[in-house]
Design a protein around this ligand. Structure first.
Ligand SMILES: NC(=O)c1ccc[n+]([C@@H]2O[C@H](COP(=O)([O-])OP(=O)(O)OC[C@H]3O[C@@H](n4cnc5c(N)ncnc54)[C@H](OP(=O)(O)O)[C@@H]3O)[C@@H](O)[C@H]2O)c1
Length: 257
């Protein structure tokens, strides 16, 4: 097994379940020393991820923060992770931030009220922005920031206009911040998953017709697995991706080519 992240310290938001959990486990398999497993409300799932990481020989800590609280949540998350890193390793600095936590309610234009708009934009864009701001000084030189976007940033999604726009803005943020961080060898990239089998999609994928439609979107005629995205994130987090920054990497399984 390769150990491309040997000794690295990483914080993954939304790592209790789905893609974030797969990313956290991939980092542990790659030799990470400590992984911050952020979550919103599901403490049991976060603790289960922590135990899985520990079984792989890495350290892990579960950190709650409801990202609907925007900047305050981002700063609380940073404070908690900093304290955990000091306790575990005697050093607050870390190497990899993955902004993965997100929400994707299906609300077409006419069905979107202001509260829903604000919640989507706060969790998917505002919280990642202020988390990056909060952690910037603790990120080591040659570190990594990976923002999890969506294939809906390139494929029209009339069912999810605010969600798609929030992730499009996250990609633009990725581009805008890359030069600042490049001064310290830190790369800033985004990854665009397609339809992945996670809790986020469990409801509508239970319908066989919808499932067949989702499978047909991909050039490989199947749904994505969280590991399909986690491996791409792990590559971007690794030294092998040191010459790639400000990019949005497609991990949609060739959807709608
Ligand atoms: N699944 C897909 O098909 C797909 C496709 C494209 C992009 N994506 C993106 O990939 C990312 C992960 O998606 P997923 O499918 O793995 O999602 P998921 O299975 O629904 O898991 C969401 C994760 O985000 C956390 N989270 C949700 N709301 C939060 C809040 N208000 N505060 C803090 N944490 C919160 C959850 O924590 P709790 O466990 O505590 O609730 C959980 O860890 C998202 O950004 C999503 O937009 C997913």
């Amino acid at each position: 097994m390769s150990q491309r992240l040997s000794g690295k310290v990483a914080l993954v938001t939304g790592a209790s379940r789905g893609i974030g959990r797969a990313v956290a486990l991939a980092f542990a398999r790659e030799g990470a020393a400590l992984v911050g497993v952020h979550y919103g409300a599901n403490a049991d799932a976060a603790q289960a991820t922590v135990r899985e990481i520990e079984a792989l020989g890495a350290r892990a800590v579960a950190i709650p923060a409801d990202l609907r609280q925007g900047k305050a949540a981002a700063e609380s998350l940073h404070r908690q992770f900093r304290a955990a890193a000091v306790e575990a390793l005697g050093d607050p600095r870390f190497d990899i931030l993955v902004n993965n936590a997100g929400i994707a309610p299906a609300r077409a234009l006419a069905e979107t009220d202001e509260a829903t708009f604000d919640e989507i934009v706060t969790v998917n864009l505002k919280a990642p922005f202020f988390l990056i701001q909060a952690v910037a000084d603790d990120l080591r030189d040659d570190g990594r920031i990976v923002n999890v976007s969506t294939g809906f940033a390139r494929i029209a999604a009339p069912s999810h206009p605010v969600y798609a726009a929030s992730k499009g803005a996250l990609e633009t943020l990725t581009l805008a911040l890359a030069p600042t961080f490049a001064a310290r060898g830190i790369t800033v990239n985004a990854v665009r998953p397609g339809v992945i089998e996670t809790d986020m999609n469990a409801g509508w994928l239970a319908d066989p017709q919808a499932r067949a439609g989702a499978e047909a979107l991909s050039a490989f005629s199947r749904l994505g697995h969280p590991d399909d995205v986690a491996e791409v994130v792990a590559f971007l987090a690794s030294p092998a991706a040191r010459w790639t920054t400000a990019q949005s990497l497609d991990a949609t399984g060739g959807s709608k080519l």
